[in-house]
Design a protein around this ligand. Structure first.
Ligand code: NAP
Length: 291
């Protein structure tokens, strides 16, 4: 099986402090589980939230580089950060987005660990099918930044029959061309038809985040299909809850969130991420909708 991009990347220098940059960022769960990981690992390094407007991002990154810092980047800055850091890892360059960064010799390096988060979730959902991944039809709904990371994950896990269902098919075609990954693109109007043979259906749109809508009807999914919703919210997303009631293997986006964080932790510190402590902190945290 091809696994070229999920090879571990290690920072040459440990960050002196950690931050998450986003807007809004007040309810981000990353400080909750990263602080728990730092505590358990015995690292006395802070992890702070910084609410940064798009026009403040360059200045914030310059300041953090001067401090020898690192951290995470969340909505809406992941794509902008890829062009503001001094160097992107090959994976961040390929995805076109940075969600984890650190300083090396005064200059920022940007990486993408969302791909590792998506890989971990797909492996957890589909482990028994991965040897056959190449022949398994997969449907990815959405064509934005999270879909880009997920498409790279699918490709590198060996999937070759990928259909993107998009509200804006031209955006999906552009994504597929930019990543040089062959896909079939269909309109959201034909979503139910598109999932008819799928072994795995992935929602990479915000549908279900703040409403009870489904990205595609559960009755359209084949009986042996697995469902992965990148969205997470207090309790399960309505789509994943309905998929499980229908007897399907189904996961929301929490594992992807934790695994992208664990991959970032391992990149910064070159030690295994204490995942159990991260999950424990997350499960004890007050419910929130934000990454
Ligand atoms: P984005 O760049 O804004 O892309 C969103 C995509 O969803 C676009 O293709 C958009 O279509 C499509 N879309 C939006 N509303 C839709 C609707 N009502 N029906 C059909 N398609 C719709 O956002 P993103 O960064 O990719 O994030 C997408 C979601 O993934 C977020 O809401 C977040 O919850 C989740 N996420 C989770 C994780 C995790 O760790 N679990 C990580 C990243 C993101 P258009 O192209 O037509 O606008």
């Amino acid at each position: 099986m091809e696994r070229p991009v999920t090879q571990p990347v290690r920072a040459a220098q440990r960050p002196a402090r950690l931050v998450i940059l986003g807007q809004p960022v007040a309810h981000s769960l990353s400080p909750v589980f990263q602080r728990a990981a730092l505590r358990v690992a015995g690292l006395s390094i802070s992890y702070d939230r910084e609410d940064i407007a798009p026009d403040q991002l360059a200045e914030a990154l310059t300041r953090i580089a001067a401090e020898g810092g690192g951290g995470n980047i969340t909505i809406p800055h992941k794509e902008a950060a890829a062009s503001l850091v001094a160097r992107c890892t090959p994976l961040a360059r390929r995805v076109g987005a940075v969600n984890a960064f650190w300083t090396e010799h005064g200059a920022l390096v940007g990486h993408n660990t969302d791909v590792a988060g998506a890989v971990a979730t797909i492996e957890a959902l589909c482990s028994r099918d991965l040897v056959n991944a190449r022949n398994m039809p997969v449907v990815l709904i959405g064509a934005g930044g999270a879909a880009a990371a997920t498409l790279v994950a699918l490709h590198d896990l060996g999937y070759r029959h990928i259909t993107i269902v998009a509200r804006n098919p031209a955006r999906a075609q552009a994504l597929s061309a930019r990543l040089a990954i062959d896909t079939q693109v269909v309109s959201i109007d034909t979503a139910e038809e598109a999932v008819g043979e799928a072994a795995l259906v992935i929602n990479a749109t915000p549908v279900g985040l703040r409403d009870d809508a489904f990205p595609v009807a559960v009755r359209a999914l084949p009986a042996r299909c697995a469902a992965f919703d990148l969205v997470y919210r207090p309790g399960l997303t309505p789509w994943i809850a309905a998929c499980r009631r229908a007897g399907l293997r189904a996961e929301d986006g929490l594992r992807m969130l934790v695994e992208q964080g664990a991959a970032a932790f391992e990149t910064w510190f070159d030690i295994p991420a204490p995942r159990a402590a991260m999950w424990e902190a997350l499960n004890a945290a007050p419910p929130t909708y934000d990454a």
